[in-house]
Design a protein around this ligand. Structure first.
Ligand SMILES: *Cc1c(COP(=O)(O)O)cnc(C)c1O
Length: 483
């Protein structure tokens, strides 16, 4: 405490919040050790949580926050709740919902960003970080095949990125939308996604004011891809009734099954009809890293905008989405605003003028460090090994009489057990309860399936074989799994 503060009766900084550097350094070192020890136990234990919500909530009742508790105790409690009370993305046998084991460079990024806590609302405030994010976005846009001059930004996740796509499409579709909202249109604006798309689209339509019913759920082709004929028919019917088609959102890598809508054909249709085409590649966008897998995404480079989540297949920490667009002018048109207290107002540089958020965390460092440390070739190997592991699982299950319900060319597998779809729920419950692996139940084309995705970059062949054995045992309780 300095003299002036003491003289003015101003208390010293609150030490529990702002400890001296030496205290802080020692606490950091203890924390790092505790986390490492916990993760080592996690690797040997069950994938699913052993702590239920009621118990977890009861444990917290003693915290009334009236008096301080030593940080070391709180940290130990928090690590315990994560070790015992969460599904483990870091477990090699988590075959889950696109949530990755985090890359180490991304964890480093979180540590650095937490320490400096920069504000990325403007390039004036944080020129270094804003330049780094713009650089990474350009690199990803280029790798996606979007033209020079494409732009975009990091988002909280795929949902925000998809929401940005809808706002961009509406803004582009009518010059009066920014001022008057959907009232500017001659009829109700409508959008098209497939029935197998990510249904956050309904919330997005609700938030944008076009309403949930404006999100047309187009029929699929029997294997989880948008049916082009059904799309054309829906557009024609809407236009005939005075509705205004503003966006087609193709899915590249459905959440259920990793299936890819016919991107080229949808882009062509969008161009012909003057409808914005967005490609939601939240998970499968990771395939841009692999020359072998990239052809599966053919057509994505023709889209007006694209969503890719770095926190899915690119394995950064959550949440780290990206919105990319070839129309650099649409973002400031959609998100422009002025405020006297902001230090600058650049429609090309300042993220608060070109995106939905205002205060902004330095998310892009996670991908900068990860991409920098491994390069596109490293990420290519990462996604290719995931597809190879899932191909092995598909093969193992098929040989045991399971029906593979999707085309598992990416790293997701949907399988129906020999006993039929009605056995799916029980099998998934038994496998998850056993702690041996984590898979989920899903529906593909209205049929229950067991869904497994290789999300952890360290999963091995032995883990996949263990998954197949666990599924087989759960499918035929009592009979020992064949090797
Ligand atoms: C995960 C996912 C989303 C939602 O992204 P979040 O990052 O969870 O907000 C949207 N679309 C697809 C295809 C997804 O897989």
């Amino acid at each position: 405490m300095n003299q002036d503060e003491a003289a003015g009766d101003i208390a010293a900084p609150v030490p529990a919040l702002f400890p001296e550097p030496a205290t802080r350094g020692a606490a950091d070192a203890r924390l790092a050790r505790l986390v490492d020890d916990a993760l080592a136990r996690v690797a040997r234990g069950p994938v699913a949580p052993v702590l239920d919500f009621e118990t977890a909530a009861r444990d917290l009742a003693r915290f009334d926050f009236a008096a301080p508790v030593p940080l070391d105790d709180l940290v130990a409690l928090a690590i315990g709740q994560l070790e015992h009370g969460a599904t483990h993305m870091t477990h090699r046998r988590y075959f889950g919902l696109y949530n990755p084991a985090p890359s180490h460079p991304a964890e480093c990024a979180d540590r650095i960003v937490g320490a400096f806590n920069p504000q990325l609302a403007t390039a004036t405030t944080s020129p270094g970080p804003v330049a780094m994010e713009a650089h990474v976005i350009r690199a990803v846009a280029t790798q996606t095949g979007l033209p020079v001059g494409s732009t975009g930004h990091f988002t909280s996740g795929g949902s925000e990125a998809n929401g940005t796509a809808l706002i961009a499409a509406l803004t582009r579709a009518h010059p009066g939308y920014a001022g008057h909202g959907v009232r500017a249109f001659s009829g109700p604006p409508v959008c098209y996604v497939s029935r197998e798309s990510h249904l956050a689209w309904l919330k997005i339509a609700h938030q944008a004011g076009i309403g949930r019913s404006a999100m047309r759920l187009v029929e699929t082709d029997g294997c989880g891809r948008m049916c082009l004929a059904a799309l054309e028919a829906a557009i024609a019917a809407d236009a005939a009734h005075g509705a205004v088609p503003v966006m087609i959102a193709a899915t590249a890598g459905t959440t259920n099954a990793g299936m890819i809508d016919p991107l080229r054909e949808i882009c062509r249709l969008g161009r012909e009809r003057g409808i914005w085409v967005h490609v939601d590649a939240a998970w499968a966008g990771g395939a841009i890293a692999s020359p072998r897998l990239r052809p599966l995404l053919a057509g994505i480079e023709e889209a007006d905008s694209v969503t890719i989540d770095a926190h899915k297949w690119l394995a950064t920490t959550m949440g780290c989405g990206m919105f990319l667009t070839r129309h650099a002018d649409v973002l400031p048109a959609a998100f422009h605003v002025q405020a006297s207290y902001m230090p600058s107002n650049s429609p090309t540089l300042d993220p608060y003028v070109t995106s939905a958020l205002w205060s902004r965390r330095f998310l892009g460092l996670r991908l900068f460090l990860s991409l920098g440390a491994t390069g596109w070739p490293g990420y290519g190997r990462h996604v290719e090994r995931a597809t190879a592991l899932i191909a092995r699982a598909a093969d193992g299950l098929a040989r045991r009489g399971w029906r593979i319900a999707n085309e598992p060319r990416l790293a997701v597998l949907c399988a129906v057990p020999p006993q039929g779809p009605s056995a799916v729920a029980g099998i998934v419950r038994r496998v998850v309860a056993s702690g041996r692996a984590w898979v989920s139940a899903a529906e593909l084309e209205r049929t229950p399936v067991v869904r497994a995705c290789a999300t952890n970059g360290t999963t091995t062949v032995a883990d996949v074989d263990a998954l197949v054995a666990a599924l087989q045992e759960a499918a035929a309780p009592g009979s020992p799994a064949r090797a």
